[in-house]
Ligand binder design. Structure first.
Ligand code: NAP
Ligand code: MG
Length: 501
């Protein structure tokens, strides 16, 4: 456990009756989740052809816990030669045992993976929090159960593909290269691997450099589940390893989740090839709050929309658009609620906001905090104590911002909410749509008719009404504009892994 600063809180409640000075008046006892039973190896090899193998150049990179800044393990760095070996293993498995299997037998393997994930859920949750910095409450209650749910859901489709696409003869695409980001490591792996296997493909997956631990634990699980060798291959490494996957000639499909910048590089590399691809990229989700909404529930929804997972969420609601006549009241309530959020040790069950994923991201979010001030925004940060070591940022609000500000237009990917006002629904829609992104949005109102009007007008892959950040394997997810190409989840997610003739 990292030590916390015990400095007295200087918070002055903003509302006259508020007693919400949690930091100095309400002491919480620590409630750490024990990591005693989690065995983290000193070093992880590559998982190729059903075996753990050394990287060709025998190079490893360090992986830190962002909550302590201490090294937790080392991962192998896969070179072009290693990626080639993984693709060959995946091709051999695709042509061999895996494609000869009856779809119902394929389903059994995927169900087995889902059940084993449930059995090992606690280990995976603790590893995810240590490696990536997210609060144990979230990894335990959201990331891991949802990852298992995606495997269960897609296992169910494995022998029903012809019913999913009536009149078509669905065929697997072949070898899939999959590259995932660091914000939901195991969940993004599940979004990629579950539908690919259900459709009869084989995969080569690269986790993000800062969060490869649960992917390597998943490799161990795949081995224990007895999957035929080479069906799942996991190669660790930096961006260059990802590029080797994208550019490999014997890959049939690329599935990428990550930043818009890297998405554009990948799209350029794939242009002119016959590889299929899906790109799940960045976002700058708008939360539209109308005067007729139940305000207290909306405030809870907004807190969840932006501060969940330290704001490292592609679909985070990072721009609040609030109707002008209730803006003061909403901002006051938001500030009061911010003061009750506990920032600290990800393994403590009380923690609401854990550590920022890496030093790089910590610096990036801090540079946006400075930029906001330069652009003339008013900044409000909660006064809570934060641990002395580790990468922590207090939940932040920017008011007095305008549509053209970079903090309103660009994805910050941290616990930072901008607040703007609007008078009419049309103005809210105009402002909500006015960014390069189109991944997600939210509407809070008492009127069903407004939900339909605004929801339809938002150029967003997902629109939540009177709630936010709700995920379900049956529901497609993906973006418009610079938020990406293609959909994952549900039937749409299956079609991305099939040739449909
Ligand atoms: P990133 O820098 O784009 O990295 C994503 C993955 O791509 C990582 O595994 C990364 O490896 C790898 N990579 C980097 N350069 C590459 C290249 N030239 N070719 C191939 N692969 C390359 O994104 P991130 O910072 O990890 O993740 C945050 C971003 O992901 C945010 O923009 C967020 O909005 C987006 N995201 C989108 C969704 C969605 O569904 N739309 C979901 C989650 C996150 P390294 O880790 O080694 O750099
Ligand atoms: Mg890490």
């Amino acid at each position: 456990m990292s030590e916390t600063k015990t400095k007295e809180s200087t918070y002055k409640p903003t509302s006259p009756n508020s007693k919400l000075d949690f930091a100095s008046l309400w002491e919480y006892s620590e409630a750490p989740e024990s990591s005693a039973n989690l065995e983290i190896k000193d070093k992880y090899e590559l998982f190729i052809g059903g075996k753990f193998v050394k990287p060709s150049k025998d190079r490893y990179f360090k992986s830190l816990s962002p909550s302590t800044e201490k090294e937790i393990t080392q991962f192998a760095e896969a070179t072009q030669k290693d990626v080639d070996k993984a693709v060959k293993a995946a091709r051999k498995a695709f042509k061999g045992e895996w494609s000869d299997l009856k779809p119902s037998s394929r389903a059994k393997y995927i169900y087995r993976i889902a059940r084993m994930l449930q059995e090992r859920a606690r280990e995976f949750a603790i590893a995810e929090s240590i490696d990536g910095g997210k609060p144990i409450r979230e990894s335990r209650d959201v990331d891991i159960p949802l990852a298992a749910a995606y495997f269960f859901y897609y296992a169910g489709w494995a022998d029903k593909l012809e019913y999913a696409f009536p009149g078509k003869k669905p065929k697997p695409v072949g070898v899939c290269g999959q590259i995932i980001p660091w914000n939901f490591p195991l969940l993004m792996l599940a979004w990629k691997i579950a539908p690919a296997l259900a459709c009869g493909n084989t995969v080569v997956l690269k986790p993000a450099e800062t969060t490869s631990l649960t992917a390597m634990m998943f490799a161990e699980l795949v081995k224990d589940a007895g999957l035929p060798d080479g069906v799942v291959n996991i190669v660790t490494g930096a961006g260059q390893t990802g590029a080797e996957i994208v550019n490999h000639k014997d890959i049939d499909k690329i599935a990428f989740t990550g930043s818009t910048n890297v998405g554009k590089i990948i799209q350029k590399s794939l242009a002119g090839t016959d590889k299929k691809y899906t790109l799940e990229l960045g976002g700058k989700g708008a939360l539209i709050l109308f005067e007729d909404a139940p305000i207290d529930q909306a405030v809870e929804g907004i807190i969840n929309a932006i501060y969940f997972n330290q704001g490292h969420v592609c679909c985070a609601g990072s721009r609040l658009l609030v109707q002008e006549n209730i803006a003061d009241k909403v901002i006051m309530k938001l500030k009061d609620r911010l003061e009750t959020l506990i920032v600290g040790d990800p393994l403590d069950k009380n923690t609401d906001i854990g550590a920022i994923n890496s030093k790089e991201q910590f610096d990036r979010v801090n540079s946006y905090l400075e930029l906001g001030v330069e652009e003339g925004a008013e900044v409000y940060q909660s006064k809570c104590s934060v641990p002395e070591s580790g990468y922590y940022i207090r939940p932040t609000l920017f008011t007095n911002v305008s549509q053209s500000n970079r903090v309103v237009q660009e994805e910050i990917f941290g616990p930072v909410l901008t607040v703007q006002t609007f008078r009419t629904a049309d103005e809210a829609i105009e402002k909500a749509n006015n960014t390069p992104f189109g991944l997600a949005g939210g509407v809070w109102t008492d009127k069903g008719s407004k939900i339909f009007k605004v929801g339809k007008a938002l150029r967003s892959g997902v629109v939540w009404a009177n709630t936010y950040n709700k995920f379900d394997p049956t529901s497609p997810f993906g973006g418009y504009k610079e938020s990406g190409v293609g959909r994952e989840g549900g039937l749409h997610g299956l079609s991305a892994y099939l040739n449909l003739k």
